[in-house]
Each structure stands twice: as C-alpha cells, then as structure tokens.
Design a binder for this molecule. Structure first.
Ligand code: NAD
Length: 474
C-alpha cells in the first residue's frame, strides 16, 4: 500500500489496472493537496464481467466459516487498514486504528454471532408450512469515504451471512481499505466471484446499480445519490437499501449532567471531522441552562485541534477533499448570513495550516429552524445550538427537517427518556451517551433512508422470503 504515495503511480491492484487505456482519477492527499496516486475507473465491460461472475457464486461456499476466517484476516491486517484509511481520507492515524478499524471488526463479529442464531427456514404452522429465507442474489454495494472500512463491513457481513455474492464499489476517495478487504476475503477462502471490488467513481456506481442482473443494491452516502441509485435499480424493480444523510438532534434537558453532556455532544459532532452520517450536529438545550451550555460548548470547541493524519494523538484530521472543504465553508457562510451567533471557529482554514483541507472547529448559537444550518447536513465540524422551552417544543424542533437518522437524549428522568424516544421520528435513539448494543440495527427513516444494517436485521435485509405450504413429512 505504501506505493500509493507516489504522485503519478497507479494504485496497485488487480491485473489490468496498469492498462493505460483505462480511465483514471487523480487522487489528492487531503493533508497536503498534492497528487498522490491514480485510481483506475471501472466501466461497462468490467461491471458486466463482475456481475456475471457474481451470479455464478450466489449461494456458494460455507458462509459462516468464510466470515469467521475473514474477521481473523482483517484483525491480522489492522495496521494496513488503518494506514490506508488515514492516507485516503485524512483520518488521524490513532482514530483510524481505534475507531475506524475496530468498529468494522465489532460489526463483523456481531453479524457472525447473529447469523449463528438465525434460522434459514422457520416452521410457521404444523403440517409442512414453512418460511424459507434465501439470498437476494448478487448484492451491489456502493459505499462512501467517511467510514471506509466500517461501511464495507456492515454491508459485506450482512450480505455474506445472507448467502449473497457481492460486488463492492467503494468511494473513489477511499478505495485502499476495500482493496485490502478483498485480499482478506481471498485469504479467507472465498470462492471465485463471491466478492469483487470494482474501483471507480459515480459512473461505475451508476452502471452497477442499473445492471439488470443484480438482485439487491445497498448504498450509503448522500441523499441525492441515494435517489439516483433507487431510480436506477427501481427501473429493474431491484430492491434498494439506503443509508443516507442526517442532521441529528441532541436534546439536553436541564436535569442532565450539563458539563458531561456538552463535552460529549461537541465530540459527537466533531469526531471524524464531522464526517459521520449520525453526527450529533444540532444541539437543542433547555432554556434554563442554555447560556451555560453555549459557554461550555464554545470553550470545549476551542480545545479541539486540527492535525496531520499521520501524527499520533486525538486531534481532528483534514476533510476528505477540496469539494468537501468548500461545502463546509459554504455552510459556515450561510449560517453567518442567516444571523446565527458565531461562538467558536468560523470561516477559513484552521490556524497554522497554509495547505490541506483543515476547517476551523465551529459552533453557532441561537440557530433557528428558519436558518439553513438547522436543516442542512454540513458533514464537517460545525455545531448548531438552539434553545427550547418545553419537552414538546424540544421534540418538535428535533423532528423539523427532512432527515430522520438518529436522536440523542440527555435527561435523568426515566419517564421522559421513554416519552422523548417515542416522539422522535428517527431510526435510532441514544440516551445519556450509551451506545447501541452489539448487533442493534443501524439506519434511518424519512430522507435518511430505509432498511437496516447490523445484526439480524442486516442479514435479513439481504434475503428474500419464500412461503412454502403443504410439505409432506420426509
Ligand atoms: P456521494 O453520495 O456522492 O458518494 C457516495 C458513493 O456513491 C461513492 O462511492 C460514489 O462514487 C457513488 N456514486 C456517486 N454518484 C453515483 C451514482 N449516480 N450512482 C451510483 N453511485 C454513485 O457522497 P460524496 O460525494 O462522497 O459526499 C457528498 C455528501 O454526501 C457529503 O457532503 C455528505 O453530506 C453526504 N454523505 C453522507 C454519508 C452518510 O454516511 N450518510 C456518507 C458520505 C457522504
């Protein structure tokens, strides 16, 4: 993987990548803005060939044995994975090691555990009435750059355990981890065609999602591309699982431990430089403690530092690309135009950086539902804070906007915990900073998508259901 540092070198990969006729994308180092490698892009012929091979591989191999060996292979390649992620998308190396890679391993183990408890056939009534769960066929998996291994692991774990064969089109900005993943799959003994990585861009993804011989498509990324994939696959009546964007609210009631809640809330917005679909990017705070919370958040944000991906430590890394940096700057400018009160950070590059896509960790207070920052996903380290006067208003504000991925609730009152959790129109609710249990479903509602990843839900999502009645005893 180290060869990828060469500016004009083609990323090492499968046979055919060095073919000069292949279209290529210049990859840029997010920390230095220097070209670092060329990514070959797959087009129609490669997509068609991968789908044909994958069709022959549906249902082959001992899925759970492969999955178990795959986990071992990935664990053995942890450091390679972390380095690839850090170089590709700018994740600080310690974060890549402790979070990006470990989250993926955790998800794969949870999927394996879930798969071992699941039936492939369940008897629903005596007298030969059964329901069979069968692989949905060739699974087309399209993933983004922000959690490059984790998102692959969530999809591949579920699809593999379900019995599908898989074609992965990782983000053009973070292909390194996917290529190592493919090597791990091979080392785990996956049969020919069971798992293929198609390096490429949006056009590659479009060609894959619109191929008539795929059985299911699963996408994580922006809501706009999610719509395009749903339309492309929908033209062939291929089902689609969508894990899209978010603008998740973090509700701080006056009975919470405010210092802890604000510190955790800022971290939950800023971590991964804000490039997480479930970032707690909208802090809603009870009026009684609002002033204190804003002051705490401003002070906390000022403590966060940007730093180089390769440097050890708990800093934030650069954003993935110039496009992402420009997008974040546009959101900050829009918040200023709309009259939000800047209490930390602001426009421009972080202090001390003349190059690289380093934004300033930023906090806006007094953000109202009319402002763009209240509704639009920034995907950068930009927190908005809004006061509320009652529990009803807090839930109403949280449900404003189009997204419905996650909700975070900080309150010591068990009855309120349940009321608010029930009132939030989201796919996931986290109370007082306690993370989802192993194997719990991940996904959203409304414009945040549909379908679930992880655990038994992530496996069933890749299966079709067959109802069989009237079987005579064997
Ligand atoms: P994107 O949605 O454009 O790309 C994600 C993946 O889809 C990539 O692999 C890309 O090559 C592929 N793709 C692009 N166009 C396609 C098409 N027409 N058909 C099939 N595949 C296609 O994400 P991005 O450009 O990397 O980021 C843009 C915005 O998306 C971000 O600012 C952020 O708001 C959002 N985003 C959300 C998530 C999430 O986890 N919810 C992840 C990444 C990005």
């Amino acid at each position: 993987m180290t060869a990828r540092r060469g500016g004009s070198a083609v990323l090492p990969g499968p046979a055919g990548w060095a073919d000069p006729e292949r279209p290529r994308l210049v990859l840029v180092d997010p920390a230095t803005e220097a070209p670092r490698a060329l990514l070959p892009l797959s087009r129609g012929a490669e997509v068609a060939e991968a789908v044909a091979r994958a069709r022959r591989a549906v249902g082959t191999g001992d899925r759970l044995a492969i999955l178990e060996r795959l986990i071992g292979e990935i664990e053995a390649r942890r450091e390679d994975m972390a380095q690839a992620i850090s170089q590709d998308m700018g994740s600080p190396i310690d974060f890549a090691r402790s979070k990006q890679v470990e989250a993926a391993c955790d998800h794969l183990r949870a999927t394996l555990n879930a798969a071992r408890t699941m039936e492939t056939v369940s008897e629903i009534a005596p007298g030969g009435h059964e329901v069979a769960y069968e692989p949905a066929g060739v699974a087309a998996l399209v993933t983004p750059w922000n959690w490059p291994l984790n998102q692959v692991a969530l999809k591949v774990g579920g699809a593999l355990a379900a019995g599908c064969s898989m074609i992965l089109k990782p983000s053009e900005l973070s292909t390194g981890a996917a290529l190592i993943f493919a090597e791990c799959m091979q080392a785990a003994g996956a049969p020919e065609g069971l798992f293929t990585v198609l390096a490429g861009d949006g056009e590659t993804g479009r060609l894959l999602a619109s191929h008539p011989d795929i059985g299911i498509a699963s996408f994580t990324g922006s809501t706009s591309v999610g719509r395009q994939i749903a339309a492309a696959a929908g033209a062939n009546l291929v089902p689609v699982l969508l894990e899209l964007g978010g603008k998740s609210a973090n509700l701080l009631f006056s009975d919470c431990d405010l210092a802890v809640a604000v510190k955790q809330g800022v971290a939950h917005c800023f971590r991964n430089s804000g490039q997480s679909c479930n970032a707690a990017s909208r802090m809603l705070v009870a009026r009684e403690v609002y002033g204190e919370a804003v002051a705490l958040a401003a002070a906390e944000a000022a403590e966060w530092r940007m730093g180089a991906p390769a440097a050890a430590g708990g800093h934030l890394g650069p954003l993935v690309s110039q496009a992402q940096h420009d997008r974040v700057q546009t959101h900050i400018e829009a918040a200023l135009e709309d009259g939000a009160r800047l209490v930390a950070g602001g426009p421009g590059r972080a202090e001390g950086f003349a190059r690289g896509w380093y934004p300033r960790p930023t906090v806006f207070a007094d953000v109202t539902p009319e402002m763009r920052l209240f509704r639009e996903e920034v995907f950068g380290p930009v927190l908005s804070i809004t006061p509320f006067d009652s529990e009803e208003e807090a839930v109403r504000l949280a449900n404003e906007g189009d997204y419905g991925l996650a909700g975070y609730v900080q309150t010591a009152d068990p009855a309120r915990q349940r009321r608010v959790a029930a009132g939030l129109k989201v796919g996931m609710v986290q109370i007082n900073g306690r993370s989802r249990a192993e194997g719990a479903p991940f996904g959203g509602v409304r414009q945040s998508g549909h379908g679930r990843e992880a655990g038994i839900w992530g496996i069933r999502a890749f299966q079709t259901v067959k109802s069989v009645s009237g079987l005579d005893p064997l």
